[in-house]
Ligand binder design. Sequence first.
Ligand code: H2P
Length: 835
Amino acid sequence: EKWPRGDETVWKTNMRGVDADVGNITKSVVNHVQTSLARQAYNLDNLGAYQAAALSVRDNMLVNWNETQLHYTRKAPKRAYYLSLEFLMGRTLDNALLNLDLKSQYKDGINQLGFSLEDLLEEERDAALGNGGLGRLAACYLDSSASQDLPVWGYGLRYKYGIFQQLISPEGNQLEAPDPWLDNQNPWELPRIDVNYEVRFYGQSERLPEGHGRAIWTGGQEVLAVAYDVMIPGCHTRNTNNLRLWESKPKRGFDLNSFNAGNYEGAVESSNSAAAITSVLYPNDHTTFGKELRLKQQYFWTAASLADIIRRFKNLGKSINEFPDYVAIQLNDTHPTLAIPELMRILLDEEDLDWNFAWQIVTNVFFFTNHTVLPEALEKWPVPLMEHILPRHMQIIYDINMIFLQAVEKKFPGDRERLARMSLIEEGFPKQVRMANLACIGSRRINGVAELHSQLVQTTILKDFVEFFGVSKFGNVTNGITPRRWLDQCNPELSKLISSTLKIDKSVWLKDLYKLKGLVKFAEDKGFRAEWAAIKQRNKERLAHHIETTLGFTVNTNAMFDVQIKRLHEYKRQTLNILGVVHRYLELKAMTPAQRKKINPKVVFFAGKAAPAYYIAKLTIRLIVNVARVINADPETKDYLSLYFLPDYSVSLAEVLIPASDISQHISTAGTEASGTSNMKFCLNGGLLVGTVDGANIEIAEEVGEENVFFFGHLTPAVEDLRYQHVYHPVPVDEACPALANVLNQISGGLFGDGGVYEPLVNTIRQGDYYLVTDDFDSYIRALAMVDDAYMDRDEWVKKSINTTANMGKFSSDRAIMDYAQEYWNLEPIPVGKD
Ligand code: H2P
């Protein structure tokens, strides 16, 4: 390789490496204060100091990032691309310092400059470009890919506004405010104005007469996609991967079509311009289906990402039929499914390949992960909308469908119903494109996110496809979480205790989480148990302090901490939890003071956002807030039971809550929660789990032992029957579950303010009870009683806690991502600096 220009030695002697010298760290921070930020030492505030520190850490990250990209280019390995409409990254500074192993040096340096690193960390705003588990999973997978030296890039959108900020009104209603997370500037991104692509919408598509499926697509609106790169540092490795986020910009002089702003996006951005495409993350909500802007987001992002992937591949000088040998693309849910017809369009119309050849390439490149079997969450797009915005893609989808249905007809002759079920087009007014079917047909392999879920995918929503393609096309990769953020970063004391007890450096066990098994034998060690319990206690105090300073409440840290944090949804059954709290309150009220004294004091925490248009979910928040108001003020009971709804749930709030929990709730109706990932985070931090036999709860119990989890409720096979009974007979709550009936009556009777307000919520149970609150209530209350009993024996409880953490090795996202790399993508680690 020739040095491109100038004197090679001048270049090389001036290139810097990662610098861990405290003197150089302070120098670089001061430099950034002085020049990058143009600020003065005497009036520098925490925010300014944070920004300077971040820029200095970024310089170190960039050294590795540059080297990694160069190394990958030279080695030209197969690469994988993770396409996700959501990346719920949270904060970066602490994670970067830990992964680069520079935390103590920066702590010292920043101290010398008169600031505290802890304070600076608090200045960072969360990057909240996601709704919940799906987006956070993507973030964990990026961390694990980099940490294991895998050449994996993420592709997503650079939303100007992340998930809305949640405010709670005095009545207890959720209010949504925009999240202008970029307002303070984002030191973690690199604008790449030189990396941009034009993306077309609308216009006309004309098929070529002798085209073998080819066409020409012209006219319409062209929008510019500009890349922003986010560095993803691996843990204790030089490998630093890339997350490329696209921003939309108008291509000068072009803005043919007006766009209709719906309510939410209208509230944050009303301009009718190309920039609106990446203005806001959609809150997870089935009412988003059919929204023009959402479809434009999906196409904009997949088209820009594919153009970028193909350009990079072409630089290798290989022929296009080798594309699947160099590229694997993971579709995170159906959101990026348009990548399938888009790659077909490129191969047919731009590369001039014939249909069969193109389709063979496509079906060897894509992999598809399903995250839910809830029917209302399966994406469908109205055909007229798709035809209008993406006329060429609609033609391709029709062609794929025709050829596919011919093959189905051949295999199952005369089975009209099967054809109707498997078709990419759902009949109706309007007709709709079924994105899950398209993703399934166009991908090489399909997986669910936990054993039970993957089974359900194969036996319910994609059953016909299993019968057609054979079962080997379908698999399971149980989700995982990164132990770097979800143990080492959020629970530093526990991390330290683990390292000193196992006598293994954390850089080793954090990357081989099965090593935690070594803790099992220490569960019998009294001294160790005391240390373990003391750390949990300090984490509870840390949470209490956080609540005191942010919300002004004084939390009883001698009580058991019981936590449920996740998106508000009926299937996740926050209702069951709050009704259980009311039940407990009513029981306490009925007791004498002497009886109460024997009760295990408990503090219940909720946090989570409801989709803005999800009325019942929002009403649940209102009920929680008003129950809290009443019971926290009741002098008879407040020492035994209190309740907090913590507003504006986020990754950084989770980092404080999770290490502080004694018990956490994962109580979805069996068969509805695909996996869950916070269940893993709690258990990794020594919190026990009360839950249904659902999602990854099942596998957690397999690993940690059923004696260490509190299971309750009906099992998946029973759910359908119970629901069926509810449909045909009103739910006899009074006979079926008197305890629940009493709770509902108290709510309706106004114990927590105007009972009429909650009628729509209470009626979801009395009528239909689709999520089986009535059927599971008694068993739930029994499980909570078992939790109380177990907690009374604190020694045994701490043993359970230790044994739980010790057996969580399987749930590292390193295991999950290696599974994808080996079983799906066929990818090898490419460590930087090791050859
Ligand atoms: C979803 C599923 C979870 C799953 C997660 C990641 C969509 O996340 O419901 O069960 O663990 O994807 O696969 P969530 O509900 O948290 O938004």
